[in-house]
Design a protein around this ligand. Structure first.
Ligand SMILES: CC(=O)NCC[C@H](N)C(=O)O
Length: 131
């Protein structure tokens, strides 16, 4: 049985900060289950352009409001209970209208300290930063 908690992760190396977000990494590659899971807070007003070239990410909104703009320019409202997944490694932009909290599942799993590169991607697992 694997048990982790937000309280246990907060303030440790499993709490990773980007310029506009904080990701609490509850499950990582080291847990050995084939995916990772983060509890992520995006700052109110943030605009994040991402393109996960090396991963697939499912994002399930649990708090806050915002919009997602996809590669075609289509806008999708985001609110608690909505899930999005940018399939085919699509470029997408998240606009957080309020503080925004989501559960984020990555395949392949994150290894720990990934932050976005200039394209909004995380490095492939073999090139992820050492802890
Ligand atoms: C919503 C989103 O993708 N934010 C970027 C951070 C990433 N989800 C993470 O949890 O590391």
């Amino acid at each position: 049985m694997i048990i982790h908690s937000l309280a246990e992760v907060t303030g440790t190396e499993r709490e990773v900060r980007g310029p506009l977000w904080t990701s609490r990494r509850l499950l990582l590659a080291g847990d050995g289950v084939g995916f990772s899971l983060n509890d992520t807070v995006v700052h109110a007003g943030a605009e994040l352009e991402m393109q996960y070239l090396n991963h697939v990410e499912a994002v399930y909104v649990v708090e806050g409001r915002g919009e997602l703009v996809d590669e075609t320019g289509q806008t999708h409202p985001l609110e608690p209970g909505v899930l999005y997944l940018a399939d085919a490694h699509q470029r997408h932009t998240l606009h957080a209208h309020t503080e925004f909290r989501a559960l984020c599942v990555f395949d392949p799993p994150l290894t720990g300290r990934e932050v976005h590169d200039e394209r909004g991607a995380f490095p492939p697992p073999g090139q992820a930063p050492a802890r």
